[in-house]
Design a protein around this ligand. Sequence first.
Ligand SMILES: *Cc1c(COP(=O)(O)O)cnc(C)c1O
Length: 367
Amino acid sequence: MTKPLRPEPKPGVMDIAAYVPGKSAAPDGVAKVHKLSSNENPLGASPRAVEAVHEAAGMLEFYPDGAATSLRQAIGEVHGLNPANIVCSNGSDEVIQLLAQTYLQPGDEGLFTEHGFLVYRIYIQAAGGVPVVAPEMDETADVDAILAAVTEKTRIVFLANPNNPTGTYIPFEEVRRLHAGLPKDVLLVLDAAYAEYVRRNDYEAGIELVSSSHNVVMTRTFSKVHGLGGARIGWLYGPAHVIDALNRVRSPFNVNAMAIAAGTAAIRDQAHVQTSVEHNERWLSWVSEELRTLGLRVTPSVGNFILIHFPDDETHSAAMADDYLAGRGYVLRRVGAYGFPNALRMTIGTEEANRGVVAALAEFLKA
Ligand SMILES: *Cc1c(COP(=O)(O)O)cnc(C)c1O
């Protein structure tokens, strides 16, 4: 066997399509930019979180508490959970990566759905696993299709509920049915990044199911309703045996001191969460209805974003709409990589941004 002439990544790494984050800039000359491409909170972070970061900045020479004790304590208080069953992470992306790394061997299968969050595929592949995609029905996860895709090699199932970029969800009875149909040695990961926004009686993020099972975990993030995407804070609630495994694999100081301070203050500011959820509820339905009135199809969303489908004609494609909006300072997200070549995802923004996008799209469709 000839020896390679330079270090080569292990098999599979070069098959990974790198994640493309939402754009944050508009073309030169645009006076004001409304970033609606990454599902960030248009009201920003809690002022208490910002204050906590200022305070933490005065002690940067000290390593953070590697166990993120104060943050786990605060999360536990707010959600009624035992802090011992929580692991915090550098964004929930990190804990998703840790799960793949911890539970997948080369050749093991990791399952997710057709329009599911793209980081699942990346971390499954990075762990040497095989990504398996279950078809969706009406842009919504389909429990029967997921169960039909399970094989002897399946080790982990990722379900974003609600899902990004569709904004659709499955009722909790369906999640229970999914769990009941899975083999006991398959880990079910409920990614509830948008749970706070969901106002539906048949929705649950998964806390009860985690508490009563040995093979279910729930992941959450501070990047969305808490407005702390820049601080990178996520967490997982799971059974003790999973927490034990993840704590062995994670880097010892994975959550930095400023993130711990910000998250601890943010989760205790439930008034800010409430205000953010109410803002979203109002504008989610307003934007969805206005765009439908313009003749655009909008996937029904329970999150803080909507998926807007453009007509299949060559004069009003999603790419053209994206350029048109960007030229006016409205930065949306292209979602071709998610299987939606002719749609854009829009984060629900400030009143000014929401009204601006609707007005600009009305003009665009007339042009
Ligand atoms: C935004 C998002 C996350 C959170 O990512 P962070 O790494 O915590 O910023 C997780 N899952 C889904 C489905 C998301 O859309």
